[in-house]
Design a protein around this ligand. Sequence first.
Ligand code: NAD
Length: 463
Amino acid sequence: MSLDESMIHDIVQKVMANMQIAGSVEGMHGVFQDMNDAIKASIEAQKVVRNLTLDQREKIISAIRRKTHENAEIIANMGVNETGMGNVGDKILKHHLTADKTPGTEDLSTIAWSGDRGLTLVEMGPFGVIGAITPATNPSETVICNSIGMIAGGNTVVFNPHPNAKKTTIFTINMINEASLEAGGPDNIAVTVEVPTMDTSAIMMKHPAIPLLVATGGPGVVTAVLSSGKRAIGAGAGNPPALVDDTADVRKAAQDIVNGCTFDNNLPCIAEKEIVAMDSIADELMHYMIQENGCYLANKEVQDKLTATVITPKGALNRKCVGRSARALLSMVGVEVGPEIRCIVFEGPKEHPLIATELMMPILGMVRVKTFEEGVETAVWLEHGNRHSAHIHSKNVDNITTYAKAIDTAILVKNGPSYAALGFGGEGYCTFTIASRTGEGLTSAQTFTKRRRCTMSDSLCIR
Ligand code: NAD
């Protein structure tokens, strides 16, 4: 059944209003008042999940995929409504992408050695109960994606979501448990608390029954899980530069960069956050961005006003500006433009605060460089050693190779928009947890498993 826009709006308003009434999340699957109760329920659910066959786990995952497709518009609306960030159209696409391209149990593989002395296998087994911390920028996408991968691996998961996205997360977790129950699985395969806080996060991080923590967010949370004394996967911040050299298809580069940068109002951590362009093509690139791709060229006065608006005097991001459209940001500084404007562009030095800071807003500063070598050096500086994501537009294989080695990121997109790296218009699977700091890269079911060696001595080899 396809719902029209007004029906979706009514449903979202009703769900959000219901959740405002204290205790109204009672009866929603997987939602607890006390973090210890949530963890207890997750432990019980994991005892069931670990004994499910792979086929049974896959049935649960199929039901999660189906329900994600069915609820994509509602959850996308809820996310924008609650966080004030992103745009509904792109969030709908992100949910369909998550449902279609997050790997399930097929991601788990076995290594085998057989020979004169028998048979040895290495299998991927569950950790048990995983503690996951999720961001406000992709709240439901991350919860769905983490849940599919973690359940495929035989785990259950306790979420401590960003407080600004708790309702969207609760709705999503309820949906995941309904999917499990409908597929014959247990309740509480994913759980959370009604009011997530730093205290509930601390309880989760310290709980002895949780052996693995997965943090998706900024530097603070990644450092927190890495300091927990437990095994932790840290998917941290980025500031992806898009380098354009003098061999690039400049017109296409302009289109790809603006499309990637403006997707969900620049919320994805992989999205183009600034451009480094060689002098010989910089004017042409700027021309195509402005003339053909809905970019607004900000003069010095507008740049200064934007800087003062989107970055606080202490250097932090103004959360009211994160994930807002170019039009809304310009309006905040007294510039009114039409809906055709998707992105704000300007040229500046690499140290410009709107260039050097990970803004998560459709603001694209361009740094002009004389040589390719200077371009690489500048891009590496701008990535701040996050080792997260970077992009390049070039037809020169040697340049691409040099850049790839120098920037050393988990993701490097060549000649396409950043979202191609998530399997959206590119090959490969999707994830919303890119373990940049701890090196697992794009996480999937196998990331959430531990390796176990099983050896049969002197038999079972039939060669
Ligand atoms: P955030 O860091 O403010 O919050 C992320 C999560 O961490 C939230 O649940 C928050 O409550 C929690 N948190 C923050 N500090 C904490 C601490 N000291 N201890 C415990 N929990 C803490 O980030 P956000 O605004 O929600 O998301 C945007 C940031 O996340 C950006 O930096 C972006 O690059 C990054 N991000 C990275 C990935 C990735 O896959 N690498 C994906 C999405 C977002």
